[in-house]
Ligand binder design. Structure first.
Ligand code: TGC
Ligand code: FAD
Length: 392
């Protein structure tokens, strides 16, 4: 990628709603992304590798467990700070944000929220420092949007459970040291547990051939009679609300993250439109280009307002799952549309790695599907406003 010339855009003076601490956190993450991510991200995507050196940096900037209390190694920050961190990371690359949001919201959050004190003390500090990386296994080959139908199961064997089944499409799986896994017990009740790499019968084959999120490692989790000690089961949650509760937190982070990707595309398109001359004029002087740019910044601004308000509600423990669904769906779709328009503004250059556009666009094709697809979130909103469940 050419030099990272990103400058952020704040059309509605949203910065006035942020504290000095928020702005400091945002600028330190932005600086780190410019210095450590932008110079290597294009090559990492071309080669489909996750740059492992990012782990140390992510830990240093507080990217793992920003809102987990400090006594467990987390940052003790509020939800707006978490959102801003996700925004800046995804400005760099959705795969980078994925790595951080899985670790924070899908691994640390459930251990903190559903785990025993021993589980919290054992895992959280190491996850916060990046010494251990985690993954989250909910999706199965035949159960994606409908995780309640999962087939992975545990059988009580006295002092341990025996786990069988498999998970698919699991971010961070190929290198994860621990996995938060959801499986049904003999009564058909979903239980959560922590697996550790090295447990006999537990393997994590990598998924190859992705055209999207190429800088994020994805894999399967395979459980072949894995002995899971009883102390590894989460004592404080039972049922589908366990994994779905984690998704609230991760989807919230994605709603912010998508704004980062959109801002990067818009910023690049605006600069390119002013610099690129055709028919003797900058292409920014053509009304059709101005329409694209004006609509992009309008949609970004609406998404920023939505997300900021959601952050305030989340800080007050008042954000509902349906409100989070609305923001995830709106903002990811917005970012994808912005990326597509930005690609057009860049002309042929828009398909190259000289600019971040095509990479963001391809990444967002995963983001619009994972953590609940675009249509599933629409149906969650539909259910919320009508009171009628379209899934039944
Ligand atoms: P349903 O009967 O509606 O609900 C079952 C129980 O769960 C409760 N619940 C929630 N609790 C907390 N938060 C939420 N968002 C919740 N939504 C529902 C509900 O109250 C009920 O509780 P209880 O006590 O009555 O038992 O469930 P359903 O089977 O009809 O499914 C509903 C549906 C389709 C909305 C849900 O299953 C869904 O969201 N599907 C999408 C699946 C999904 O998002 N998978 C994501 C996998 S993880 C991932 O993609 C990580 S990508 C990471 C990265 O790289 O960044
Ligand atoms: P399906 O559920 O088969 O859906 C296919 C299509 O049918 C979609 O368009 C969907 O909207 C539609 N559809 C399904 N049901 C309905 C309905 N009732 N009404 C209308 N339309 C419907 N999962 C994890 O557990 N952990 C991870 O870390 C993780 N990381 C991922 C990383 C990547 C790169 C990707 C691509 C996925 C990841 N996932 C992860 C899985 C992800 O959450 C699922 O892909 C997603 O939930 C959709 O499931 P599916 O792919 O099986 O699609």
């Amino acid at each position: 990628m050419a030099q990272d010339r990103f400058q952020s855009h704040d059309y509605y003076l949203m910065d006035e709603l942020l504290t000095e601490e928020h702005k400091l956190i945002r600028s330190s993450v932005r600086d780190w992304v410019k210095k450590e991510v932008s110079p290597v991200v294009e090559e990492a995507c071309q080669k489909a590798t996750f740059p492992k050196q990012w782990i140390k940096g992510l830990a240093e900037i507080g990217g793992f467990g920003p809102y987990i209390p400090e006594e467990y190694g987390g940052g003790g920050l509020d939800q707006v700070s978490y959102g801003l961190i996700m925004q800046e990371l995804e400005r760099g690359d959705s795969g980078l944000r994925s790595t951080a949001s899985v670790q924070s919201s899908l691994v640390m959050y459930p251990i903190y929220t559903y785990g025993s004190e021993e589980q919290r003390k054992k895992y959280l500090p190491k996850l916060a420092s990046g010494e251990w990386m985690g993954c989250f296994g909910l999706t199965e080959p035949d159960h994606g949007s409908n995780p309640g139908g999962m087939l992975s199961n545990i059988k009580d064997k006295g002092d341990h459970f025996l786990l069988n089944g498999s998970k698919m499409w699991i971010s961070n799986a190929p290198f994860a040291d621990v996995a938060v896994v959801w499986a049904k017990d003999e009564q058909g009740i979903i239980r959560g547990m922590v697996l550790e790499r090295g447990m006999k019968g537990f393997t994590t084959p990598e998924t190859h051939g992705k055209w999207s999120l190429r800088a994020s490692a994805t894999g399967e989790l395979v459980f072949d009679n894995v002995k899971v000690p009883k102390e590894n089961i989460f004592p404080n949650v039972k049922g589908l609300k366990g994994p779905l509760g984690c998704l609230n937190s991760a989807r919230y982070g994605i709603a912010w993250g998508a704004i980062g990707a959109a801002l990067d595309c818009y910023d690049s398109a605006l600069r390119y439109a002013k610099e690129r001359v055709q028919f003797g004029k900058p292409i920014a002087s053509f009304q059709l280009t101005q329409k694209k740019l004006a609509e992009m910044i309008t949609e970004i601004t609406k998404a920023q307002l939505l997300t900021w308000r959601l952050g305030v509600l989340k800080n007050e423990n008042r954000a509902t799952p349906a409100q989070i669904s609305m923001a995830k769906r709106n903002n990811v779709n917005m970012a994808l549309q912005v990326a597509r328009e930005a690609r057009q503004i860049h002309g042929g250059m828009g398909i190259t790695g000289e600019y971040p556009i095509m990479r963001h666009m391809m990444n967002l094709e995963s983001v619009i599907t994972y953590e609940g697809t675009h249509d599933i979130h629409l149906l969650i909103t539909g259910m919320d406003v009508t009171g009628i469940n379209a899934f039944e």
